[in-house]
Design a protein around this ligand. Sequence first.
Ligand code: THU
Length: 127
Amino acid sequence: MYEELMEKAIEVSKNSYSPYSKFAVGACVLAESGKTYVGCNFENSSFGMSICAERNAIGTAIANGERKLKAVAIYSPNQDNCFPCGSCRQVMHEFCSSDEEFDVIVKEGENLKVYNLAFLLPESFSL
Ligand code: THU
C-alpha cells in the first residue's frame, strides 16, 4: 500500500510548479475511507504564498469530504528523505485520529522509510 502511495507522490511531483526554488515535491495522502489524494507544491513570485505539496494534497482530501487521514507519502526528485516542514506536520495533526496512528513515508534510495507523526511532532498542539 505504501509503495502505491509513493508511486502516486512520485508521479504528481512532475506537476510541481517551483520555478523559484527549483525544488519539486509531490505528496499522496491516504484517508481512512481508503481513498488517496495527491498534491504538489506550487510557488508564487510573492515567495511567502508558496504552498507545500502535503498541504495541497490534504486540502484536496478535505475538499472531497475527508476528515480523518492515515498516512502521507512525500517525494522530491531533489532530495532523499524529503521530510515535511513544521507547518505541514501541524496540519497532519489536525486531520488524524491520533499522531500514533498517522504515518509519514519518505524515500531513501530505493527504500521507503516510515515515521510516525508522534515521533515527528512531539508534544503537538491541539485545542
Ligand atoms: N516544500 C514542500 O512542498 N513540502 C515540504 O515539506 C518542504 C518544502 C516546498 C515548498 C517550496 O515550494 C519548496 O519546497 C522549497 O521550500
